[in-house]
Write a protein that binds this ligand. Structure first.
Ligand code: UT7
Length: 332
């Protein structure tokens, strides 16, 4: 008889670049106010890279910080999965660049493009490799340099995004019940028209014209993205809880993609979850796309809100549209 192998997260490392852009700074750049941003989105400040720093650099720093908290031989890593929509370049993949910079010899890897669900999709891909029984150590990374595609004259966009990264180590779970329990996910491509970057791909290759038309920036219909995110975040979390015969009351810690404080609290409200169980750090980092979930894991650990044995619910909605939710019995 074969026993099902479960994957568990055994370490988390994160990194944000040191430069901080506050709401007061943004007030000098566009027609906005600290009060509007705090009330409508819940962000006070975000971190941005300096010129020449790319997604792979943030990812490498996140892995180094993971290693500092959980030392192990990096050469044992068999697979690197990177969630990002801001790869250093179209190709090679960020996974290849990270592998090279970290000097990991016998590994392979790939990138996952799923917008703000990028980390969750990368995590679930990594989990499947552990569950196959053939892999013992998988690095899953979410890293985005959103400032590379932000129009800092567009007040509806530039106030939201920040740069950041996080990494987790996946290993087979040794004891019953620990680790990644279940996940649900869905893509709905009709959402592509509400959040996208039109320039630089095969449809609109980079040219003077695409740059003049600002096609290399984030294009966002904020209202429609907001409405979809509130609806879908609830739908995904309710779906995963229901099919595991659980309710919001059973969850010890809730980590949602940090896009807007109001989206997170609306979902928690719907699940009947008190705010003490909800991790919110969007005030410090803004929306770092694939970075938000590992950054929130780190916050949860630091604040003592996520402990061994806790039931963690993770949810994300992003460009695509992409969405998903994952249930975890936390293992350390
Ligand atoms: O992870 C996926 C990434 N994106 C998202 O999750 C975005 C989801 N959407 C949102 O978070 C919100 O829709 C926004 C934060 C983008 C916008 O907030 P909102 O409450 O939906 O504002 P709105 O678009 O309805 O605009 C209300 C007003 C407008 O003015 P008028 O037309 O009523 O005079 C906007 O022009 O607020 C104005 N506005 C601003 N005012 C001050 C838009 N951006 C700003 C700003 N400062 N930065």
């Amino acid at each position: 008889m074969t026993t099902a192998i479960r994957a568990k997260i055994t370490a988390v490392g994160t990194y944000v670049p040191p430069r901080v852009l506050t709401n007061a700074d943004l007030e000098k750049m566009v027609d906005t106010t600290d009060e509007w941003i705090m009330e409508r989105v819940g962000i006070r400040e975000r971190h941005l890279v300096d010129k020449g720093v790319a997604a792979s650099d943030l990812a490498v720093e996140a892995v180094k910080n993971l290693l500092a908290s959980h030392p192990f031989d990096l050469q044992e890593v068999e697979l690197i999965v990177v969630g990002t929509v801001t790869p250093d370049m179209m190709y090679p993949s960020t996974a290849c660049l990270v592998q090279h910079k970290l000097g990991i010899k016998n590994t392979w890897g790939f990138d996952v493009s799923a917008g703000c669900s990028g980390f969750l999709y990368a995590l679930n891909a990594g989990v499947k490799f552990i569950e196959s029984g053939q892999y013992k150590k998988v690095l899953v990374i979410g890293s985005d340099v959103n400032s590379s595609m932000t129009d800092f004259t567009d007040r509806a966009v530039c106030i939201i995004f920040g740069d950041g990264a996080g990494a987790v180590l996946l290993e087979p779970a040794s004891s019953d019940g620990e680790g990644i329990i279940d996940h649900v996910a869905q893509i709905e491509g009709m959402g592509g028209e509400f959040l996208f970057m039109p320039g630089g791909g095969s449809l609109n290759p980079a040219s003077h014209e695409t740059v003049d038309q600002k096609m290399h920036y984030i294009h966002q219909d904020g209202k429609n993205v907001f409405k979809y995110a509130v609806k879908k975040m609830s739908e995904m979390t309710e779906r995963i809880l229901e099919r595991n015969q659980l309710s919001g009351q059973d969850v010890d810690c809730f980590i949602a993609h940090q896009a807007n404080r109001r989206i997170i609290t609306a979902t928690a409200d719907r699940l009947g979850m008190p705010l003490e169980k909800v991790i919110i750090n969007i005030d410090r980092y803004g929306n770092t796309t694939a970075g938000t979930i590992p950054l929130a894991m780190r916050t949860a650990l630091e604040e003592g809100k996520l402990k061994k044995g806790d039931l963690l619910l993770i949810a994300a909605v992003g460009a695509g549209f992409t969405s998903g939710a994952t249930l975890v019995r936390w293992a350390f």
